[in-house]
Design a binder for this molecule. Structure first.
Ligand code: PLP
Length: 401
């Protein structure tokens, strides 16, 4: 490639999405006729509820919905999001604090673009969702990774945050329930982090996209409710993808102070403008309706959660805590590294090597912990059919021996 063809430093600094990479390799193997069981994808395997699809179909037939909407979103959808926030999180926000985005992912991206200056540091508690550090880099910031292991239930501790804090610390991510660990942070953790952020003037980016997927009577706690004083420095990131099985519709939102919401709308006005009108109509029907569909999904996920944790712990050398939220099991596989494994007795030095071997030889796809700042682990999404889940576990166990 000639020098003039070199792509920007900005894009070259960003790593491709490892979760999408595993998923596409598994799909390519499937397309080539290999029977692969994939625990890679982070999306519910349920259809979007019928009444949501019907609302979208009706909206599609009406020409008035074939146009641009306000950049920040349809007024009725912003209002419904504000009402839903009061219902679920227990505190009031006004519709003009809400901006409807192209998925939760765009909300993450915009939040960082709004608050981060070049060289600012953003604390990313690990294990983290794979997009966070890359979105920080795209904003010119520096991700500061603070790892918290199974011994802390994968919840960040203020001692570790304080050790990582510098005069450049601008923001911290909180993601509960967590992708990839399934941890549901306690109120005590949120209180401690909220007070720490308040004291040190650190923005909080609270990703609440898995809020309705909790098990064993566990409930999502909301940092804006637990520490109300943080609301002026809080940006909530959320969307319809996981609660209503609507990953493909690409509707998310952010909630911040009015200046934050205005800044997000300004940015979005030059990027993607509004989210597709028909998708917003579908999201309006979902968000303003009941939570019955997610209650049904939660039941199925709960059954699979128990099955996968049992399946993983039955594999020699694998240990997996029981996750309390989301739809991921995060298994410690360090005992499988640096020893002959699988059909051909090959050796995996890292969890990345292990994931590659398991896919090639065992025809089972899981995402290596490296993608989440947690080498030594594999993430298994259990948002797949019961039979596939059982078959994949059988293969994994047999492959390890
Ligand atoms: N946040 C977390 C923690 C996620 O796992 C995801 C999707 O996997 C998202 C945000 C973004 O979801 P979407 O852009 O599909 O709304």
């Amino acid at each position: 490639m000639a020098e003039w063809q070199t792509l920007s430093d900005r894009v070259n600094s960003v790593a491709p999405s490892a979760t999408l990479a595993v998923d596409s390799k598994a799909k390519a193997m499937k397309a080539a006729g290999v029977n692969v069981i994939s625990y890679g994808a982070g999306e519910p395997n349920f259809p979007t509820p019928d009444y949501v699809v019907e609302a979208a179909a009706a909206a599609c037939r009406d020409p008035k919905n074939h146009r641009y909407t306000p950049t920040s979103g349809l007024p009725q959808l912003r209002k419904a999001i504000a009402e839903k926030t009061l219902r679920d999180s227990g505190y009031e926000v006004s519709p003009d604090q809400v901006v409807v985005t192209n998925g939760g992912k765009q909300a993450v991206y915009e939040a960082l673009q709004i608050i981060v200056n070049p060289g600012d540091e953003v604390i990313v508690p690990a294990p983290y969702w794979t997009t966070y550090p890359e979105a920080v880099r795209l904003a010119g910031g520096k991700p500061v990774i603070v790892f918290s292991g199974a011994e802390n239930g994968f919840e960040p501790t203020v001692e570790a945050l304080e050790a990582a804090r510098t005069p450049r610390t601008k923001a911290i991510f909180i993601n509960t329930p967590s992708n990839p660990t399934g941890a549901v942070f306690s109120e005590e953790t949120l209180r401690a982090v909220g007070q720490w952020a308040l004291e040190h003037h650190v923005w909080i980016l609270s990703d609440e996209i898995y809020e309705h997927l909790t098990y064993d009577g566990e409930k999502t706690a909301y940092i804006g409710a637990v520490v109300p004083e943080v609301r002026d420095q809080l940006i909530v990131l959320n969307g319809v993808a996981k609660t209503y099985a609507m990953t493909g519709w690409r509707v998310g939102w952010l909630i911040g102070s009015v200046p934050v919401a205005k800044a997000a709308a300004k940015l979005q006005g030059h990027m993607t403008s509004n989210v597709a009108d028909v998708c917003q109509q579908a999201a309006y029907t979902a968000v303003s309706g009941s939570l019955d569909a997610v209650a049904m999904m939660r039941k199925s996920f709960d059954k699979r959660r128990k099955a996968i944790v049992a399946g993983l712990n039955a594999v020699n050398g694998v240990t997996c805590r029981t996750p309390k939220g989301a739809f991921y099991a995060f298994a410690d596989v360090t005992a499988l590294l640096n020893r002959p494994i699988g059909n051909a007795g090959k050796t995996a030095k890292t969890s990345s090597d292990l994931a590659a071997l398991l896919l090639d030889e065992g025809h089972v796809a899981a995402v290596p912990g490296e993608a989440f700042g947690a080498p030594g682990f594999l993430r298994f999404s259990y948002a797949l059919a019961d039979d596939d889940l059982a078959e994949g576990m059988r293969r994994f166990k047999q492959w390890v021996g």
